[in-house]
Design a binder for this molecule. Structure first.
Ligand code: CUK
Ligand code: CUA
Length: 637
């Protein structure tokens, strides 16, 4: 481990202090479970006395004693990591600090959010409109852009499983800045970048449909349905090409050097009922050969559908005959779910879901073997319902076990050595509460994971929190994984709004969020104090450009006529960070936030005569309530 400290919130603590106690003391040390004791005690060869033991353990200040470093972040201090969590059916991305697990902010992506003015100003509203105009999305897999195999802090990308879209979040401003509605794809599930430099973003199509799905094909014959992998340019957000495959797809991950993109797939049967989808004992992992696909596109070996070049990657495609197929189908036990490539780029590991094993695919073997099945070099038996796998950079894998409600830690090389179906690679299991979907370790998706924290994103919390009605919170549990001798330690429960799936954890040193806007980054012109204008540009159109500051708007009143369309552009001229204002207009469904140095525009129609108090909805000073202006709408003659 090189870059960051392994013991984030506890810098003064030495390795010797990460110790345990002898069996028998556990009742005296309430925070540490018995099995941790045994492991830790064995690791240090036992300790001589209880007094020494308790003083050597970290104290959480609330009577809890723990072998993990402190996970509490005292008031006024900040976290070591940012965690970006897909918000599922809420359509957002949550930003959580680690190890405190405090939610810092939510980034609205596919839904309007009045707290951030998102979907209220013209630009974000038009972006949502142009991307289909839906009111929600299903965000699963936020991935941070990388350069040279490490987070570069520029962008995050996240899928909308519901409506076949991919969005980009600008991490300078923590705002969604682009959304693409992916043609020919329904149910964009996996989302991932081509590494090491984020040259492409991949959207993985889950639902099989007729392609094109416009009613012209046979709607009733599922055999004619298909699913595509979509490759998106990370700058323009254009879909560059797609590959049509047999069966469906689920999750995806890319090899670290850009050669392959892997997807899991269930339903190789191409069925349309649960029963049919689970009939066969085998499904597959698809390995997309990116350079080979790009060569096919270059050579014109595609069909253009809905303006996108679609390469035929089905098994019987001419492009799949011979030695360098565009897509290799690697058979696995049925219904593999998560797939992730190890930090060293040796293996792609697919978790079995309906099978208790994970399949370890050796990446450089894919080219060599005649039978793709021979690229699977390990198949450890992990437990029931393995879904997703994360890494610590020390040769261990951590897999969520949905049915067993556990996280299993196992040794990757050991799994390659052992016979298929062996449990010997399993190092340790820890209970989580309950039914984990994804799990994620700090910087697990990079070439150099930090290996200290892991979050288990549990689907059910049952009775772990105060009851709040029939919909219970999700439970994101923080587990310390930095001490192989002491073992995994569960240190925190954190209730979450429905419903996190995947996450990316990034060290704070790799992000550089802006404190205020740079007006040069915005398309609209800055309006300073004294530059405000109000102009009737048309019979029924009024343009207003004004500033806002503590505690006034550029105009104290604005008189228009019933039926006028008003384009109101507002600059927040504050240079002090955190000094937000907004433009809230009663009865007009307007709430436009303007952060310091930000200029936004909102267009609305004044269709009811009357007086409307425009007010600032962000509490900005003692005179915040006085920060108002009147919109006077005179009746039409
Ligand atoms: S999926 Cu949700 S738990 Cu979308 Cu990555 Cu597995
Ligand atoms: Cu400005 Cu409140």
């Amino acid at each position: 481990m090189t870059r960051h400290t392994q013991r984030p919130a506890n810098d003064g603590e030495s390795d010797e202090q990460q110790s345990g106690a002898e069996d028998g003391f556990d009742s005296l040390l309430p925070g540490l479970r018995r099995r941790d004791f045994m492991k830790a005690g064995a690791a240090v060869g036992g300790l001589s006395g209880l007094a020494g033991c308790t003083s050597l353990l970290s104290d959480e200040g609330d009577g809890t004693v723990s072998a993990a470093p402190s996970h509490s972040v005292p008031p006024g201090e900040v976290d070591e990591y940012y965690a970006f969590l897909g918000g599922g059916q809420s359509g957002d991305v949550r930003v959580v600090g680690l190890p405190s697990m405090r939610e810092l902010i939510r980034i609205p992506v596919f839904q309007r959010d009045s707290g951030r003015g998102y979907g209220h100003d013209d630009e974000s509203r038009e972006m949502l409109e142009e991307a289909g105009g839906y009111t929600w999305g299903d965000t699963h897999h936020p991935r941070i852009s990388q350069t040279d195999g490490d987070y570069d802090g520029r962008f995050a990308y996240v899928n909308d499983k519901a409506n076949g879209r991919m969005a980009r979040i600008d991490l300078t401003y923590f705002e969604t800045d682009a959304i693409v509605d992916i043609p020919n794809q329904q149910g964009t599930h996996g989302s991932c970048a081509q590494l090491p430099d984020t040259d492409l973003i991949f959207g993985v199509g889950e639902f099989r449909t007729p392609i094109p799905n416009d009613g012209t094909g046979d709607l009733h014959d599922p055999d004619k349905y298909g699913a595509v992998l979509a490759a998106i340019d990370p700058e323009s957000m254009n879909v560059e090409w797609e590959v049509l495959v047999d069966g469906n797809m689920d999750n995806g991950d890319g090899s670290k050097e850009g050669r392959y993109f892997f997807t899991t797939g269930y339903n190789s049967e191409g069925a349309v009922t649960e029963k049919g989808m689970t009939r066969s004992d085998r499904d597959n992992v698809k390995a997309f050969d990116i350079p080979r696909i790009e060569a096919a596109v270059e050579a014109g070996d595609y069909e253009r559908i809905n303006e996108v070049p679609v390469v035929d990657g089905r098994k019987d495609s001419p492009l799949n005959q011979g030695d360098d197929p565009v897509v290799r189908y690697i058979p696995t036990p049925k219904s593999p779910h998560g797939i992730s490539v190890t930090p060293d780029n040796e293996y792609a590991i697919a978790s079995g879901k309906l099978d208790p094993t994970a399949s370890v695919i050796q990446i450089d073997k894919i080219d060599e073997v005649d039978d793709p099945a021979d690229a699977i070099v390990g198949q450890p038996k992990l437990g029931l319902g393995p879904l997703h796998t994360a890494y610590d950079g020390r040769g261990h894998a951590y897999t969520s076990l949905f049915i067993d409600s556990q996280v299993v830690k196992w040794d990757i090389e050991e799994a390659v050595e052992a016979d298929a179906g062996s449990e010997s690679p399993v190092i340790e299991k820890i209970d989580v509460h309950y039914n984990p979907g994804h799990l994620i370790a700090s910087e697990s998706y990079t070439e150099d994971p930090a290996g200290d924290w892991l979050i288990s994103l549990n689907k059910l919390s049952k009775d772990r929190f105060l009851p709040v009605g029939p919909q219970h919170p999700e439970n994101d549990q923080l587990i310390y994984i930095g001490d192989d001798e002491a073992g995994m330690e569960h240190v925190k429960d954190s209730p979450a709004h429905a419903e996190p799936h995947d996450a990316s954890i990034c060290h704070r040193s790799k992000l550089d969020p802006a404190k205020t806007y740079d007006p040069d980054d915005l398309d609209l012109d800055y309006t300073d104090e004294g530059e405000e204008t109000m102009e009737r540009v048309d019979d029924d159109r009024v343009e207003i450009e004004m500033y806002s500051t503590r505690n006034k708007y550029g105009f104290q009143e604005m008189t228009v006529t019933e039926g006028d369309t008003i384009e109101m552009q507002v600059t927040n001229i504050e240079t002090t960070s955190d000094m937000l204002h907004s433009v809230a207009i009663p009865d007009h469904d307007v709430h436009m936030r303007v952060a310091p140095q930000e200029t936004r525009k909102v267009t609305f129609t004044a269709d009811e005569p009357g007086v409307y108090w425009i007010y600032c909805a962000h509490f900005c000073s003692a005179l915040h309530l006085e920060m108002r202006s009147r919109l006077i709408v005179e009746p039409e003659e």
